[in-house]
Design a protein around this ligand. Sequence first.
Ligand SMILES: Cc1cc2nc3c(=O)[nH]c(=O)nc-3n(C[C@H](O)[C@H](O)[C@H](O)COP(=O)(O)OP(=O)(O)OC[C@H]3O[C@@H](n4cnc5c(N)ncnc54)[C@H](O)[C@@H]3O)c2cc1C
Ligand code: SF4
Ligand code: SF4
Ligand code: SF4
Length: 558
Amino acid sequence: MSDQPETLSPGPSGGARSCRDERPAFVDLLPPCNSACPAGENIQRWLRHVQSGDYEKAWRVLTEDNPLPATMGRICYHPCETKCNRAEFDSAVGVNAVERFVGDEALKHGWQFAKPVKETGKRVLVVGAGPSGLSAAYHLRKAGHTVAIHDAGPSAGGMMRFGIPRYRLPRDVLDAEIQRILDLGVELKLDAKVDDLQAAMAAGRFDAAFLGVGAQAARRAEIPAVAAATIVDAVSLLRSVEGGEKPLLGRRVAVYGGGNTALDTARTARRLGAAEPVIVYRRIRAKMPAHDFEVEEALEEGVTVKWLSTIKRVNDRDITIERMELDANGFPQPTGSFEILAADCVALALGQEVEIDLIERIPAIAIAGGVVEVDPNMMTGAEGIFAGGDMVPGERTATVAIGHGKKAAQNIDAWLRQKDQHREPRHAAATSINTWYYSKTPRAERPKLALARRQTTFDEVVLGLGDVSARNEARRCLSCGNCFACDSCIDVCPENAVSRVGERYEIDTQRCTSCKLCVKECPCGAITMVPNMAAIIPTRATDTAPDRSLGCPAPQAR
Ligand SMILES: Cc1cc2nc3c(=O)[nH]c(=O)nc-3n(C[C@H](O)[C@H](O)[C@H](O)COP(=O)(O)OP(=O)(O)OC[C@H]3O[C@@H](n4cnc5c(N)ncnc54)[C@H](O)[C@@H]3O)c2cc1C
Ligand code: SF4
Ligand code: SF4
Ligand code: SF4
């Protein structure tokens, strides 16, 4: 940076230009939404195609990273929006709603994935057809490998089918997106539990394996109960509803837990006829792991919550709960004060554990804290056996599972080809946005089903955006860190040093006086000052968002 005061900096006269030590340069930066998406979607790039009405191109860009956009556009907790720069200006871009729109367009028009160009002859076994397994299978097949998925269940989808209720994810949407992956030539074997991984790999002559068996076993709690008490685990309850059963829960159902599973169970019970579903949770709302919008939707539907309460005993028609109070550190402590609550049934939603019997005979695979340890390439301690999703350390969401599947597939591909995985250096983060350039625009909210139908049917609750709303919502994107061809830098330059040459912008360094006006003017932070000796890189006028973020977070200790 020059230490000359700005008022004394060389003017447009030209003679002093060689003295300056900085000049403006175009950059492509990583937008915060992209960085936060666990699937590593290039959000800004596919939003650009939505803006121009090319929905198929948007879908093709989006599915380079995530093969289930219509599904994720319904169930992803959209961390991309939490990090969206626009949130500080008015409200975050509704990325999730637009993603769903793009996914639904693809289903409507029957767009298919391009088949792999070349077969590698390598065979990969994927164990589990949940989001991590489906994502791994998709990316591996696209790379030309022969892929077979073996799943213990009667249908593919994992917890997206047997956990998440259909009022949040209609099954025709899930089925169609899974079928499109299978149509790439992925083999799916159902009712095919893998008990011994090495035996299964040898029998199928597989060269590598990806494990995505999730966390299927419900965590239990030792609660004293009379013999006649009805206690069920929440995940089994949701699974039986998916299997077409209508469990007899009674009018008053108590759900024990504070996560999304507890919310889904209480809302399902409401739809099955329980007039008074109540969630019993030991902490306060601010500490609830469930997302706020899910709590709101549940409350709207008539679910109530007993905050700061634990279940002490289950009788045949009621439960005894103990009131808790927060200590100085904010942790709930028992008070010795009890209350009786009417309940015909108690559903335990206390989390799930990983079942590891299929790898018990492989001592090289380390288990710590009930989950499988993997290295930064998602490989377990056993060569050629990779794992992801709920069974490895990390956040347990479908989007993280999709990101793990993608990352593992890239590394399995590199391992099979005996190559180091080529990693582009991560682009620097986009931080500087000039919001004066924009006017405030309300975010397009998705409509919801009428309350009466929500309480009595499993019809989808949150509906989709229409064509115009989706396109307008995409237009709210500020294109953080990447040129969107507004021409402001051309207009503002007093030396006429910036020009557009076809698809590109260029700065004539002979004319430029390093006055920085273009840097200050650029709405999205796509021009920065660099040392004068740095290489000159013109930017493209369109489609400049970096091709990839690393996406899914590295596995972390829980
Ligand atoms: C009720 C509920 C609601 C949720 N809601 C959301 C949500 O809205 N959004 C979100 O992002 N996440 C949500 N989640 C979390 C999300 O569903 C999981 O994080 C995700 O499904 C994990 O994916 P996975 O591929 O690791 O495993 P899973 O989805 O659990 O799939 C594992 C698959 O492996 C199969 N399998 C298991 N053992 C074997 C074996 N030995 N051999 C062969 N197959 C086997 C199973 O049959 C299953 O199909 C929810 C979870 C639950 C329980
Ligand atoms: S998958 Fe989730 S985090 Fe990624 S872009 Fe879609 S909504 Fe955002
Ligand atoms: S404004 Fe657009 S590019 Fe910027 S964070 Fe939000 S969605 Fe991403
Ligand atoms: S001012 Fe406009 S045209 Fe110039 S780099 Fe920034 S976004 Fe691109």
